[in-house]
Design a protein around this ligand. Structure first.
Ligand SMILES: Cc1cc2nc3c(=O)[nH]c(=O)nc-3n(C[C@H](O)[C@H](O)[C@H](O)COP(=O)(O)O)c2cc1C
Length: 246
């Protein structure tokens, strides 16, 4: 009985193994009549397997209640323009802060994404490692969400999807926003960096000689996308002192 069950668990059909055939014919096999459980699917020797169909590039975007939702909006706009699929989750506190920081309401932000999920819905696709994607960015990332990801607390969809991204060895970019930083924040960032996340505080660069706030945002967002392996021309790249002056 034990051996029979083990063979089924390993996906080996009883027809393909003489030992199993012998066991099947014994009286004890009657007890196996309900094994595997009715409706259970398993591979047999004749199952055919194909690769998943090719899909477009896909990014999971989490927005939390730290200041800086403009970065998330710009990223969603750019990814839409590039034809990259976005799977969006907005935390409860992001809904609250966005009212102060942008004239866009949540519905307009949702329109920029390919799909949006409720932040409490831990049954949504990004909560599972079997949902294929090309990386996740939490932008902006609050210290609360940072702490939850550090501890592996997948209580909401953003923290669960981040945890899954790490365990599946996928890109995870955390646009952490707080200042100044206390020892707890720094410790959380160090642990997550060591676990494979990219820690990306949105600190502006001035060597690009920005002329407007838009230039500052585009430079930061462009570098965030670089960290995701998405290389764009939305900001001037450093080419050395001489060439940059021309
Ligand atoms: C206007 C406003 C700005 C905030 N800015 C920050 C911030 O920059 N960084 C941060 O860690 N928390 C900030 N918070 C606090 C977070 O919203 C709060 O910790 C919240 O619990 C985060 O939850 P979430 O990560 O699930 O969105 C801010 C709150 C408000 C109301």
């Amino acid at each position: 009985m034990f051996a029979q069950r083990t063979l089924y668990r390993l996906g080996i059909s009883h027809n393909s193994c003489s030992f199993a055939r012998f066991r099947w014919s014994t009286s004890s096999s009657r007890h196996l009549s309900s094994w595997p459980p009715h409706g259970t699917r398993f591979f047999n020797a004749h199952a055919s397997v194909s690769y998943m169909p090719t899909r477009s590039r896909r990014v999971v975007v989490g927005i939390t209640g730290a200041t800086g939702i403009i970065y998330a909006i710009r990223i969603l706009q750019i990814l839409k323009e590039l034809g990259i699929e976005t799977h969006l989750v907005i935390s409860k506190w992001a809904h609250a802060t966005l009212q102060y920081e942008t004239p866009l309401d949540a519905a307009k932000i949702v329109e920029l994404a390919t799909k949006t999920y409720g932040h409490r819905d831990v049954s949504a696709p990004p909560a599972s490692g079997s949902f294929q994607h090309d990386g996740m960015i939490i932008v902006p990332c609050s210290m609360k969400t940072l702490a939850a990801v550090r501890c592996g607390i997948g209580e909401d969809l953003i923290t669960r999807a981040a945890d899954v991204s790490l365990k599946e060895d996928r890109k995870l970019v955390l646009v952490v926003r707080e200042t100044p930083l206390n020892e707890i924040h720094l410790d959380n960032m160090l642990v997550l960096r060591r676990a494979g996340a990219v820690i990306f505080p949105p600190v502006p660069a001035f060597y690009t000689q920005p002329k407007s706030l838009d230039d500052v945002i585009n430079q930061s967002v462009g570098r965030m996308l670089d960290s995701m392996g998405i290389f764009t021309d939305i900001f001037p790249r450093w080419e050395g002192f001489e060439r940059s002056k021309k």
